[in-house]
Design a protein around this ligand. Structure first.
Ligand SMILES: *Cc1c(COP(=O)(O)O)cnc(C)c1O
Length: 393
């Protein structure tokens, strides 16, 4: 593993991922060895999952791979001509189509495979919701008992989802960092393995595959802008790492996309760290973007600067409007996914994105997971034809 801050190398470790200098340690591979078998041609005939890139994933034996078919999600072209956005092309990466309905499946497939490899019996995570349900599913599949800690305002369907996959499920007062202490206690007292982001090597590596897929699906080209809803930031770190790895292997030559982090105006530590003040008008909603203290803010700032990207905040009203907009285009978007559309509109308006740009948005989760109640009262109930004519005229 190599430190992203001081460059020092250390032996691979399942749970030591912070360097003595405080920087994050990321997994390194023998690129020359990997490029012997991971060729553009060879991977074409492999499984439609993240494991098509197995040379650059840290699991040694294929028997330990815990997979539910995560990854290889569609990259859908969006017809934006009709609304006159001044952009060349827009695609949306359909991460809601992953197992458990979010891109968190990618990271948990790798993290749980590593747990299986080391013979772990218990795994725990404190999460805003999607990491918890993904851990629940993958741990269940591997015969590992999951313990998940959720904020008290976690969307009810996600809580139910965790239960249905067999996780011991708890709600905790406060935000994600407050429930982190429960995991630490369980680690000390009961020997749980923690799968918090940037606390073990698997999750960043799994999320990295979004970058590989993007390149492969675009014919080994890259868009000029990526808009990604950012919480802890391991998705962004993963994709940045993926692009560098593909470059090292000579599989892509385009410059890295300008990476844009979208955050909730009520919780936007990355926007602040990039030197911008955000006027907070409302409390942040319970979404994957609500992470007040990302584990390696310094690295995120470096990535945004290195790629010429930026961090922006969007309001709840903008997210709501974007969700409707994507809905009318047939895409069920979570608040986080919708935030990327809201970000696109904002950056077009500012002129930061222009007619030369090709943009990829990430719909990180399915909208249905955030439903509060079915709300059947608002849907007309018909008992005869006359009512239909009355309602539609
Ligand atoms: C976790 C999560 C995010 C934030 O992703 P990071 O890679 O942790 O920054 C965004 N959207 C959804 C739906 C999430 O579950």
């Amino acid at each position: 593993m190599a430190c992203t801050r001081c460059g020092n190398h250390q032996a691979f470790s399942y749970d030591r991922v912070t360097c003595t200098c405080g920087g994050s340690l990321l997994v390194e591979y023998d690129m020359e060895f990997a490029s012997k078998t991971m060729t553009k041609m060879a991977i074409q005939s492999r499984s439609a999952s993240i494991w098509r890139y197995k040379e650059l994933l840290p699991v040694t034996s294929s028997e330990d791979i815990v997979s539910l078919g995560e990854g290889w999600t569609p990259l859908t072209y969006m017809d934006i001509q009709a609304i006159g956005l001044p952009v060349s092309h827009v695609w949306i990466k359909r991460e809601e189509l992953n197992p458990t309905g979010s891109f968190k499946a990618r990271g948990m497939s790798v993290a749980v495979s590593l747990l299986k490899e080391r013979g772990a019996r218990y795994a725990a995570v404190s999460s805003n919701g999607n990491a918890a349900s993904a851990l629940a599913a993958y741990a269940g599949c591997a015969g590992i008992q999951a313990y998940v800690f959720l904020p008290e305002d976690c969307p009810p369907l996600i809580v139910q989802e965790c239960l249905s996959y067999g996780a011991r499920t708890f709600r905790v007062k406060g935000l994600i960092q407050d429930s982190g202490q429960w995991v630490e206690v369980g680690k000390q007292l009961f020997g749980w393995s923690t799968v918090a982001t940037m606390k073990e090597p698997g999750r960043v590596e799994g999320k990295k595959t979004m970058g590989f897929e993007l390149a492969e699906q675009m014919g080994w080209k890259l868009p000029s802008v990526i808009i990604y809803p950012t919480g802890g930031g391991s998705g962004l770190i993963g994709m940045w790492k993926a692009f560098h790895e593909l470059k090292q292997m000579g599989m892509i030559s385009d410059p890295l996309p300008r990476m844009v982090s979208v955050q909730d105006a009520g919780c936007s530590p990355l926007v602040t760290a990039m030197g911008k003040h955000v006027t907070v008008l409302e409390a942040p909603a319970a979404t994957g973007m609500r992470v007040p203290r990302p584990p390696d803010l310094g690295l995120l700032v470096r990535i945004l600067k290195e790629t010429g990207g930026k961090a922006i905040a969007v309001s709840q009203a903008e997210i709501d409007a974007a969700q409707r907009n994507l809905g009318y285009r047939g895409v069920s978007s979570s608040p986080e996914g919708a935030a990327t559309w809201a970000g696109l509109l904002k950056l077009c308006e500012e002129g930061w994105i222009g007619s030369d740009d090709s943009v990829v948005l990430f719909n990180t989760c399915h909208g249905l997971k955030y439903g509060k109640s079915p709300g059947l009262e608002s849907v007309p109930l018909l008992s005869n034809l006359n009512e239909l004519f009355n309602k539609t005229s």
